[in-house]
Design a protein around this ligand. Structure first.
Ligand code: NDP
Ligand code: GDR
Length: 371
């Protein structure tokens, strides 16, 4: 019998990669998507199956983390072997703008899933993966950060995820449920949301290289992140639910890199060397050398400036994870390093922006997002 998985947040970056991964493993995959006034399934359209035919293996349902009755009904109907709770308002800066909603969807939403499983008497059948985050560590207490490092959340998002983390632990201890936290450090990919810093960079650099845009703006260039590839991380989500014991796991590469260096590596992909001047809010980057004749970027052109619009009221300065437990107990080793990640993202965005370039040449307007 094929195993049945339910993924909340199926339309997101991780939901899309995880769906692909589980379908390849022979699972029947159910996904929860939100109602939206436009189609919002871009990332999973290649997996779409006609709902009018029988024996579908990829099935989408409308739902929302803020609606308990919906979640109870879906879990009752689907009777999943595994639930991957990936749905969340996942943008740290935006959580300062919509803190109450973030608490509801990210914090209480997790409780709703756990409690639905309990109410339906599925405690012994259904295994639950909770998408916890390195943002829990927040203000630096120790580095590298492991399963035993104390938490100090620094945003409404992180505080909501802290509730989700502990309610998952509590339901495991109180009701004997197989419920685990994956404490995942930042993971990115060509389908990363456009307003997270890595994708914002790779899109802007591609547009600048192709003459579609002059410059872009970022916030804190000194922040350091432990960036991995989402494909490696969804594989680990599945491994976590196959382990003998329900536990909590840190997933990270163990290497940390400043935002500025990610910018430098992305420009290097299109043959551009940068010169940075100034500090803090006055920092800027100029083109010093352009080696690739395909891209005619003028030497001395200002391509990046810092703008305080992107500073956060409280910042997480340094994240670097220690995934020794996952490496040794589960045998998880990431296949991508940072250079592979930058190359994958840049290749994909240059290709996408070439499409935009053709459209503009044909007289169509393409959209540049400044967020
Ligand atoms: P995304 O932002 O790409 O995806 C989030 C998903 O959640 C989307 O499908 C979104 O739907 C859905 N969603 C948001 N709010 C609701 C809601 N109220 N009800 C139902 N669905 C909702 O995130 P990622 O894929 O990057 O991350 C997956 C999870 O892992 C998130 O919980 C995130 O917080 C966590 N995480 C991510 C890390 C990372 O580096 N990527 C690191 C650590 C944790 P829609 O498409 O309609 O917006
Ligand atoms: P993060 O990711 O907050 O770590 O959360 P993000 O890419 O948004 O920021 C990383 C760092 O870059 C700095 N930064 C900017 N960030 C954005 N978005 N836009 C900018 O212009 C910019 N300039 C500098 C930020 O200040 C920050 O220090 C991500 C999300 O996926 C969470 O859901 C997840 O839990 C954590 O990773 C682990």
């Amino acid at each position: 019998m094929a195993k049945v998985a339910l993924i909340t947040g199926v339309t997101g970056q991780d939901g899309a990669y995880l769906s692909e991964f589980l379908l390849k493993k022979g699972y029947i995959v159910h996904g929860v998507k939100r109602r939206s006034s436009l189609f919002n399934t871009d990332r999973i359209d290649h997996l779409y199956q006609d709902p009018h035919v029988n024996n579908q293996r990829f099935i989408l349902h409308y739902g929302d983390m803020t609606d308990s009755t919906n979640l109870i009904r879906l879990i009752q109907q689907i009777q999943p072997d595994e639930i991957y709770n990936l749905a969340a308002m996942s943008h740290v800066q935006v959580s300062f703008e919509i803190p109450e909603y973030t608490g509801n969807a990210d914090g209480l939403g997790t409780l709703r899933v756990l409690d639905a499983v309990r109410l339906l008497g599925l405690e012994k059948k259904t295994r639950i993966y909770q998408a916890s985050t390195s943002e829990l560590y927040g203000k630096v207490q120790e580095v590298p950060q492991s399963e035993t490092t104390p938490f100090y959340p620094r945003s409404p998002y992180a505080v909501a995820k802290m509730y989700a983390y502990w309610i998952t632990v509590n339901y495991r201890e109180a009701y004997g449920m197989y419920a685990c936290n994956g404490i995942l450090f930042n993971h990115e990919s060509p389908i990363r949301g456009e307003t997270f810093v890595t994708r914002k960079i790779t899109r802007a650099v591609s547009r600048i290289a192709l003459g579609l845009q002059d410059k872009f703006y970022l916030g804190n260039l000194d922040a350091q992140r432990d960036w991995g590839h989402a494909k490696d991380y969804v594989r680990m989500m599945w491994m976590i639910l196959q382990a003998d014991e329900a536990e909590d796991w840190v997933i990270a590469t163990g290497t940390t890199t400043p935002v500025r260096e990610f910018v430098r590596m992305s420009f290097a992909h299109v043959g551009v060397e940068l010169e940075f001047t100034g500090t803090g809010v006055d920092e800027k980057a100029y083109v010093a050398v352009c080696r690739n004749p395909e891209y005619q970027i003028e030497i001395g052109k200002e391509v990046l400036a810092v703008n305080p619009r992107y500073f956060r009221p409280t910042e997480v300065e340094l994240l670097i994870g220690d995934a020794t437990k996952a490496n040794t107990k589960l045998g998880w080793i990431p296949e991508y390093d940072l250079q592979d990640l930058v190359t994958d993202m840049m290749e994909s965005d240059v290709k996408l922006m070439k499409k935009d370039h053709h459209l503009e040449e044909a007289g169509y307007q393409t959209m540049n997002y400044y967020e």
